[in-house]
Design a protein around this ligand. Sequence first.
Ligand SMILES: CC(C)(COP(=O)(O)OP(=O)(O)OC[C@H]1O[C@@H](n2cnc3c(N)ncnc32)[C@H](O)[C@@H]1OP(=O)(O)O)[C@@H](O)C(=O)NCCC(=O)NCCS
Length: 89
Amino acid sequence: MGPVSVIPELQGRGIGAQLMREALARLSAQGASGCVVLGDPSYYKRFGFANEAGLVLPDVPPEYFMALSFGQPMATGTVTYHHAFGMTR
Ligand SMILES: CC(C)(COP(=O)(O)OP(=O)(O)OC[C@H]1O[C@@H](n2cnc3c(N)ncnc32)[C@H](O)[C@@H]1OP(=O)(O)O)[C@@H](O)C(=O)NCCC(=O)NCCS
């Protein structure tokens, strides 16, 4: 999941939470096993994301990398993002 963004003038009205819940529902409906996110734990943990010791995104502070399973056993291993996420570097 990401990036998630709401323009500053409209933040704090629940739009981010609605975006997150809708995106997670769509992912689940498409048959995804779960979702990972890299971001502020104090925001994303409210949607059920948690740090998972067995699921690693290299080269980032582990406390900012979280996962959510859609009712299945949590995946383990090393995560790689789609190459599109690296195209602005
Ligand atoms: C994070 C973001 C998408 C939230 O959108 P939003 O519409 O303001 O969120 P909501 O109104 O649903 O939720 C507001 C709550 O989130 C908290 N919050 C907002 N941004 C936060 C952040 N970066 N870290 C932690 N908490 C955050 C607010 O304090 C508020 O908490 P409360 O419910 O306890 O009062 C928005 O603040 C944003 O676009 N930030 C800049 C981009 C960013 O940091 N994106 C995340 C990285 S992928």
